[in-house]
Design a protein around this ligand. Structure first.
Ligand SMILES: *Cc1c(COP(=O)(O)O)cnc(C)c1O
Length: 421
């Protein structure tokens, strides 16, 4: 459920009409709903109660400071994968005790930053990383709390680019080797083992892979405890999928996911951490764009938008589907016609949808890409020297620009021409 609905024939974000935002900030732009973010965060906290838990929002899905500030003030923790994301979480007021540091290639500088600034735990992904972290911690006179990310070798049944829990993926250590790696971790002077971490992929639309993975984690918890390790926390990762179409897709609900967690690991007395990104942010955001031209091609019509693959890369990168809807609601009974919906970038890959049924559109019309809150703005680039598009946050009947569109001057000033040219 989200808060982007037609009212009196005009698509709104909460109580704000999208044409009003377009008139103020120009197009294209991303628009997020605070009410939807709040609702999705609470779905998880309710699903996990009464287990002790921390919902750590995966910043990589949507990293704007205003969004982080909002979620942080609700009590959310944060899952970060880089120094930049760590600094974002801190700048949004989230204390170190609520930040977990994931990622397969943390550098020593990043470890130092988090150890000095405060961190709940590092989710360690390899033995070389574990040794490096111990060294850095010792050099700072600190002890780094860690979980080790295990790779449970389960098939997440999702897109190959976002599956992470098979043995051929680069993530974590093979679960079969967990005992020896935990033994080494316990012997390293700069580390304190606090738990186990697992994350098997993103946009999972079935619960079965989670169930397989979490059962393996439960068994491993018992084994590691018998070996003398204090397993107090289980970080169960993110990955719960969202509906990208209104009709035929019904991914599992957070309540069912919560019930599964209770069933598989609830008896262990561990604090549960989860790292949802997409399910909190995905349907909390849309991208609004304007039709530049309608071009009649041979056997097909092209809707040429002012948004492009550099603004929303998921369709060209993953073949992802986003519902595209007119901002002015078509009258009941309006016939749809197929359009190839494309952007202005000089690549054939700059295609959002082919043969997409839409009501007849004309130059200047506004459209909205639904479910664009996650892996949208964060993956944008300035390819073709197109400025990063603004982000807008709505709450009730007001909105604010939470990242402004850079001017061309600002963009040009980032380059330097050496004086010897
Ligand atoms: C990407 C990622 C997440 C978030 O995944 P979603 O599918 O957005 O929920 C959580 N944890 C880790 C380690 C990740 O890499």
């Amino acid at each position: 459920m989200d808060h982007f609905l037609y009212r009196d024939g005009i698509l709104h974000a909460e109580d704000v009409a999208l044409p009003d935002i377009a008139a103020t900030v120009g197009t294209p732009f991303y628009c997020y709903s605070t009410a939807t973010l709040t609702r999705h965060y609470h779905l998880f906290t309710e699903a996990l109660s009464p287990l002790p838990h921390l919902v750590c929002f995966a910043i990589k899905s949507l990293s704007n400071l205003a969004v982080l500030k909002h979620l942080g003030s609700l009590g959310a923790g944060m899952d970060v994968v880089s120094a930049g994301e760590y600094l974002r979480a801190r700048a949004a007021g989230v204390p170190g005790e609520r930040i977990v540091f994931s990622g397969v290639g943390k550098t020593r500088e990043e470890m130092r930053l988090a150890l000095e600034g405060g961190i709940r735990q590092f989710n360690v992904e390899s033995e070389p990383e574990m040794r490096a972290l111990s060294e850095v911690a010792v050099s700072l006179g600190k002890i780094a709390p860690i979980t080790i990310r295990v790779n449970p070798d389960v098939d997440a049944k999702t897109h190959e680019k976002i599956a992470t829990g098979k043995s051929e993926n680069k993530f974590g250590i093979p679960i079969a080797r967990a005992r020896e790696v935990y033994a080494e971790a316990a012997a390293l002077p700069g580390l304190r083992v606090v738990g186990i971490d697992v994350h098997i992929g993103s946009q999972l639309t079935e619960l079965a892979p989670f169930e397989q993975a979490y059962r393996k984690v439960a068994a491993l918890t018992e084994t590691l405890r018998a070996d003398g390790h204090a397993i107090e926390r289980l970080d169960l990762g993110g990955g719960l999928g969202i509906p990208y179409t209104r009709s035929n897709e019904a991914p599992p609900l957070p309540t069912d996911y919560g019930a599964l967690i209770k069933r598989t690991v609830g008896h262990l007395g561990c604090e549960i951490e989860i790292e949802p990104g997409r399910l909190i942010s995905g349907n909390a955001g849309i991208l609004v764009s304007r039709v530049i031209y309608v071009k009649h091609g041979e056997g097909r019509d092209f809707l040429i938008l002012d948004a492009a693959m550099n603004d929303l890369v998921r369709p060209s990168m993953y073949g992802a589907h986003h519902d595209i809807v007119p901002v002015i609601e078509p009258a009941a009974g309006t016939e749809a016609q197929p359009y190839d919906v494309v952007g202005p970038v000089c690549e054939t890959g700059d295609t959002f949808a082919k043969g997409r049924p839409l009501p007849a559109m004309v130059e200047g019309d506004l459209v909205a890409f639904r479910s664009a809150g996650a892996y949208g703005a964060v993956m944008a680039s300035e390819y073709n020297s197109r400025p990063l598009i603004p982000e807008v946050l709505v709450k009730g009947d007001h909105f604010a620009v939470i990242r402004a569109r850079p001017t061309f001057d600002e963009i040009l000033r980032r380059d330097t021409i050496p004086e010897w040219l």
